[in-house]
Design a protein around this ligand. Structure first.
Ligand code: SF4
Length: 232
């Protein structure tokens, strides 16, 4: 797994910060509704970005940005991630990690080494339904382990759920809410079908705003703060 994409400046992806975005190729899921199918299905079709050159770029940008968003694909699959993030931290930059939460061992190491300031974990659906998101096996225990790590982590934590019809509805929000009861923040996002990995899922009609609001009301029974994003 390696770095495949870079965006110099973003105001959106690291709330309250001006950040650069770095994208890793490859993933340990193949969600049929994934918005980055090229990065997931065929990462080798994208040229690798040189990590040292990227650090040089970040060094130049460091006076003007607050942090770096580490996203994908799934960045925790890269065995050199922790060492690269150590060098990012040495620049005085904060780090936001976007992850699907299926590598709790990596998450534990990154937290232990103080390499994450903002942790955003996707909750795609209830753990028992993750088999529907991948052609291979998914161990539900790894997601539980990452949730436990996040709930105890001394960093800013956000759980995120894209409300995909057929995958997420009221029963799933209740069940996930029970798993993350007391969490500081849960972001619910509307599904946008156009770039979905599986063409079948490009024909799924997104929930209307009213339905997302209903799901958000359920989520508020469990966590401190619920934010709704991407509703059109
Ligand atoms: S949605 Fe996220 S976890 Fe799922 S395949 Fe795409 S990058 Fe991987």
């Amino acid at each position: 797994m390696s770095i495949k994409g870079f965006q110099g400046t973003s105001l959106l992806d690291f709330p309250g910060r001006i950040a650069s975005l770095v994208f890793w190729g490859g993933c340990n899921l193949t969600c049929p509704f994934c918005h980055n199918p090229a990065l997931v299905l065929d990462p080798d079709a994208w040229p690798d970005l040189n990590p040292d050159a990227l650090l040089a770029d970040l060094t130049d940008r460091a006076p003007f940005i607050d942090g770096v968003v580490v996203s994908g694909g799934e960045p925790t699959l890269d065995p050199s991630l922790a060492d690269w993030l150590t060098r990012v931290k040495e620049l005085g930059l904060a780090i936001k990690l976007d992850t699907n939460g299926l590598r709790p061992d990596v998450l534990a190491e990154l937290l232990e080494r103080d390499l994450v300031d903002y942790l955003a974990i996707d909750l795609k659906t209830v753990p028992d339904r993750y088999a529907e998101l991948h052609s291979g096996q998914v161990d539900r225990n790894v997601l539980d382990a990452s949730i436990r790590l996040a709930m105890a982590a001394p960093v800013t934590v956000e759980f995120r759920t894209t409300c995909v019809p057929g995958i997420v509805d009221a029963p799933e929000i209740h069940a996930l809410g029970q798993l993350i009861r007391g969490a500081p923040r849960w972001a619910l996002q509307q599904y946008h079908p156009a770039p979905a990995l599986d063409p079948t899922w490009r024909r799924v009609t997104p929930y209307p705003a009213e339905k997302i609001a209903e799901l958000a009301a359920i989520a508020r029974q469990y966590v401190k703060d619920v934010v709704v994003r991407g509703v059109v």
